[in-house]
Design a protein around this ligand. Structure first.
Ligand SMILES: Nc1ncnc2c1ncn2[C@@H]1O[C@H](COP(=O)(O)OP(=O)(O)OP(=O)(O)O)[C@@H](O)[C@H]1O
Ligand SMILES: [Mg+2]
Length: 169
């Protein structure tokens, strides 16, 4: 599989959320997003912005679904928010309907996507969150985006344009 990539630097939580919102505004049904990054890297923060961009009612709280494993939110497109952190305790992700959700024509955002093989996600967008190693800039994050598969590569290029046209360079 070929990949298309870009990176942005966000300076604070608001910018991470804004990036998620931009993505949510242009997302299409069936989009799968694998989120990779350490504890506190900003994955859930990004998903909150994604929910904003998908028009999810802000009364519906988007918390990290570590205890629910999968949360579902009604929006312009339904959002499935999945957290694979606890997958170690689950024999097979299929037992919780994980793979069925990929065909459910929603937007699926999966925290700790690296708990599964990249190939398990098929055509998807993969977003890495790297925390700053500069002590004077603890809120900086490097967000790296790549499309895995032809549809996601195209989406990645559109996302880059949308993000660049706005505040990110
Ligand atoms: N640039 C930034 N983007 C996102 N969050 C930031 C940023 N700078 C600081 N933060 C802080 O880092 C934390 C990110 O938390 P968040 O729940 O989004 O992480 P997470 O990657 O989902 O972690 P977990 O793996 O535990 O679910 C929050 O406390 C937030 O205030
Ligand atoms: Mg989280």
């Amino acid at each position: 599989m070929t990949t298309a990539c870009f990176e942005i630097i966000v300076q604070d939580e608001a910018q991470t959320r804004r990036f998620g919102q931009i993505l949510g505004e242009i997302a299409e049904p069936g989009l799968i997003i694998g989120l990779v990054g350490d504890l506190g890297a900003g994955k859930t923060c990004f998903v909150k912005g994604l929910a904003d961009g998908l028009g999810v009612d802000t009364e519906q709280c988007v918390a990290s679904p570590t205890f629910a494993l999968i949360n579902e939110y009604e929006g312009r497109i339904v959002l499935f928010h999945v957290d694979l952190y606890r997958l170690g305790g689950i024999e097979d992700p299929d037992d919780v309907g994980f793979f069925d959700l990929m065909d459910a024509n929603g937007v699926m955002a999966v925290e700790w996507a690296d708990k599964l093989a990249e190939s398990d996600f098929g055509d998807h967008l993969r977003i890495n969150f790297d925390e700053s190693d500069q002590t004077d800039r603890p809120d900086f994050r490097k967000i790296s985006v790549k499309g895995v598969g032809t549809d996601s590569e195209k989406f990645c290029a559109r996302l880059w344009k949308a993000a660049k046209l706005l505040e990110f360079k």
